[in-house]
Design a binder for this molecule. Structure first.
Ligand code: MN
Length: 196
């Protein structure tokens, strides 16, 4: 199986002014493409060659095959949870879960931003649902994602890429400003779909 870049359902300039066309071009056409090209090369003629992406992630667990397959998964997940239809708000089902845990939507966003800012590594900040139907915010490093945390039975709902390549062209070292603006382009309709 040859992996391909995910098809975006918005243009590179669709997330402006919060994420520039230049960032999208580099992030999607260079960084994301490199993971896809690397994985295709790495798995050719190996036991991974005919496996689905999530199976490759689960089986490899670490090393180059894991890093590249997980980064493809993470970027697909990230690009899909962004939308040019800006300033969306979560539906009542998600808002209720947010209120159960953090009291309010603003408090939740502040908590998520705090986690993202404290993620020391190149990594990802996630909103997940645990098997008690309760929401949690997680940080992961490098390519690690909730897919490999099998025993936790997390349903990943939303992610923010906090590798510097995701924001450095637009925000330089101001990760906090990237995080503030991230909420304006979250695709809550996609998050709802992931919740099932
Ligand atoms: Mn990235």
């Amino acid at each position: 199986m040859k992996f391909e870049l995910i098809k975006l359902n918005y243009d590179f300039n669709g997330l402006k002014p919060y994420i520039s066309e230049e960032t999208m071009e580099y992030h999607y056409s260079k960084h994301h493409r490199t993971y896809v090209d690397n994985l295709n090369k790495l798995i050719e003629g190996t036991e991974y060659a005919d496996m689905a992406l999530e199976d490759i992630i689960m089986k490899s667990q670490s090393g180059p095959v894991f890093n590249n397959s997980a980064q493809i998964w993470n970027h697909n997940f990230y690009f899909e949870n962004l939308s040019p239809l800006m300033n969306q708000v979560p539906n009542l089902k998600i808002l209720n879960l947010i209120h159960d845990k953090w009291w309010g939507y603003d408090q939740f966003k502040a908590e998520f931003n705090k986690m993202a800012l404290s993620n020391f590594w190149s990594g990802w900040t996630w909103l997940v649902m645990n098997d008690n139907w309760s929401l949690e915010i997680l940080n992961t490093s490098n390519a690690v994602n909730p897919v490999i945390m099998k025993e936790k039975k997390y349903v990943p709902l939303l992610t923010c890429d906090v590798w510097e390549h995701a924001y450095y062209i637009d925000y330089r070292n101001r990760r906090w400003e990237y995080m503030e603006n991230f909420w304006k382009i979250v695709n809550w309709r996609k998050v709802e779909e992931r919740m099932g």
